[in-house]
Write a protein that binds this ligand. Structure first.
Ligand code: GLV
Length: 325
């Protein structure tokens, strides 16, 4: 029996890749960097499925170039702003993503960033390495305390809720803003508020919203101007949710205390970006979900979605279930 043809746009953990290899005829992109647009368009021709990463922009042109036999697009990420869902739905192509399995890894990392930025961990490490540490000092590298502080969550989906659960252990008050229909969870002590209140009342603000036209530059100069001068902003969602020029100004002028960014606009952030001259920001290379366990499970789930789509079954995690109507 001939196996379905798929293009896998990068090496993913064996847990998922082995499954894909067993079921499919795989064209695997083995380079460190993503395929160029040209290469992507060339490699998708005639495939039945695409296993993509968040660095691959999959729009109607890619789908049409693949051809009418294209049955499924499986994104190896929970976010799917790199895929034109409207175009996929119009062509009745189900799109899969990898929710749940990375919730804890991502929330752990957002907490790490809150504490790293709030307690100036990287700045302090540089201080030691640069030979500046002369003695114990009462005023050295003072930061922000968690206990009794207010955590403001923007987005109260799976990861937002996991943040709220962690915050309980730190004796924080939790408030959240969610424009969607996210249901309150009776087991989580958190109050729903409006966006203004998040900005004005939070000591830590952590972003857990998808990137949509509404959330692009949600954190702009106006939003930053409403935050406390002691506030710590953390972004593990998508880079464009924060206007980095506005953030640079706010951090430089000490209008907020610090920021922890796992995502930036653009990615990678150029090494000569002005933000990287500041001590009160921690910048990470988009690794919030990068625990070994989470990445193994993401690859497994991406493989499951891909193979289900190829078999004509419903995807276990489908972001456009309208295709089944
Ligand atoms: C990572 O950013 C993801 O969306 O999975």
């Amino acid at each position: 029996m001939t196996k379905p043809k798929v293009f896998v746009t990068r090496i993913i953990p064996d847990k998922g890749l082995d499954m894909v290899r067993e079921f499919c005829d795989v064209d695997l992109w083995t380079e460190e960097l993503p395929p160029s647009r040209e290469e992507l368009l060339r490699r998708v021709q005639g495939v039945d499925g695409i296993l993509s990463l968040l660095t691959d922009y999959i729009d109607g042109e890619v789908m049409d170039t693949a051809g009418e036999q294209l049955k499924v697009i499986s994104n190896h990420a929970v976010g799917f702003d790199n895929i034109d869902i409207h175009a996929a739905t119009a062509r009745k192509i189900p799109v899969g993503n990898t929710p749940d399995v990375l919730t804890d890894a991502t929330a752990d990392f957002a907490f790490t960033l809150m504490m790293s930025a709030g307690r100036r961990i990287l700045e302090a490490d540089r201080y030691v390495r640069e030979g500046k540490w002369k003695t114990w000092s009462p005023m050295l590298l003072l930061g922000t305390e968690m206990r009794g502080s207010t955590l403001g969550l923007v987005g109260f989906g799976r990861i937002g809720k996991a943040m709220a659960r962690r915050a309980v252990g730190f004796d924080m008050r939790v408030i959240y803003y969610d424009p969607g229909e996210s249901k309150p969870d009776p087991d989580i002590k958190a109050s729903r508020v409006d966006f203004e209140s998040i900005l004005e009342e939070s000591d830590f603000i952590s972003l857990h919203t998808p990137l949509t036209p509404d959330t692009r530059h949600l954190i702009d100069s106006e939003a930053l101007s409403k935050m406390k001068p002691t506030a710590v902003l953390v972004n593990t969602s998508r880079g464009p949710v924060v206007d980095l020029d506005a953030l640079y100004d706010a951090l430089k002028e000490k209008r907020i205390f610090a920021a922890g960014l796992d995502v930036t606009e653009p990615e990678p952030l150029p090494t000569d970006h002005p933000l990287l001259t500041l001590d009160n920001v921690v910048v990470m290379p988009h690794i919030a979900s990068a625990s070994k366990v989470a990445r193994d499970k993401m690859s497994w789930m991406a493989a499951k979605n891909l193979i289900s789509g190829l078999k004509g079954d419903h995807l276990p995690n489908c972001v456009n279930p309208q295709v089944y109507k």
